[in-house]
Ligand binder design. Structure first.
Ligand code: ADP
Ligand code: MG
Length: 245
């Protein structure tokens, strides 16, 4: 299986969000929100975007143990600078550099810090001081929890909820990632889509198993019937009923 980022709908929508935030008019605030269930491809999409030509951004992720100081230090280091205390000096340094280089700040795994007033207010301070986009990324709870933070919430002008991969997306993953001469029939793609519940990691695991089967048996086309009722082998279910092939 090939290793590449597939431009499914969630990916192209995120690209649009990034460009909207960067080309917004002065009256529109510039905080963006990307949220959705674990495994839907948020981190993959943001790191891919971060690496695209013409995308001027820094990416950090938050941790369960984060404090305002540890988050600021991470941003400062990501900007190639040395952390300086008191913390306000770091905020000032970040603001100066982000303004000068017209950078967007991506903050992944925000769920870990959304409960901290000081950390969330620091992101807002950075945004207010730079007018550069700040994109907060997290799971389902983050949108709800941010809505209670009025100051931050009012500055969000663009948001995306990552959707579960649908049949067309599963088809795209198969097209882009499988070795060129293996074709999956629609019934098999459908079964994978249903069983994976839209989770990209589960889809890729299933596709890889189908690919191994096809390579081992020199098959150019694989349908659901070829799995002979063993499609559960493509998934390791949380309920323990699935078996690994
Ligand atoms: N667009 C994509 N193209 C290729 N692989 C993807 C894509 N989106 C997600 N993946 C794969 O699915 C896995 C889970 O995605 P991830 O970005 O970690 O999800 P999230 O951050 O939403 O929990 C990743 O390890 C990656 O291999
Ligand atoms: Mg993630």
């Amino acid at each position: 299986m090939k290793k590449r980022v597939v431009p499914v709908k969630n990916v192209t929508r995120t690209e649009t969000l990034f460009h909207n935030l960067n080309s917004r008019s002065q009256v529109v605030p510039g905080i963006g929100l990307v949220h959705g269930q674990s495994g839907f491809g948020k981190t993959t999409t943001m790191t891919w975007l971060f690496n695209q030509d013409g995308v001027n951004a820094i990416y950090i992720r938050c941790y369960a143990t984060d404090t305002p100081g540890s988050v600021l230090e991470r941003i400062v280091r990501e900007l190639g600078m040395v952390p300086r205390y008191p913390m306000q000096r770091m905020v000032d340094d970040v603001i100066e550099r982000m303004r000068a280089e017209e950078l967007t700040l991506f903050v992944d795994e925000c769920d870990y810090v959304v409960g901290s007033n000081r950390i969330m207010d620091s992101f807002r301070d950075i945004y207010d001081g730079t007018d550069q986009p700040v994109i907060l990324i997290g799971m389902d709870q983050i949108a709800k929890r941010i809505s209670h933070r009025k100051q931050l919430f009012n500055r969000i002008s663009d948001w995306i909820e990552f959707q579960p991969a649908d049949l067309a997306d599963v088809g795209m993953f198969a097209d882009h990632l499988l070795e060129a001469d293996i074709l999956l029939e629609e019934d098999l793609l459908n079964a994978i889509c249903k069983r994976a519940h839209g989770e990209v990691r589960r889809i890729l695991t299933a596709l890889e198993k189908v690919e191994s089967l096809a390579l081992a048996n020199e098959m150019a086309v694989v349908s659901l019937a070829d799995l002979k009722g063993r499609e559960a082998d493509l998934f390791l279910d949380f309920n323990g009923k699935g078996r690994l092939g």
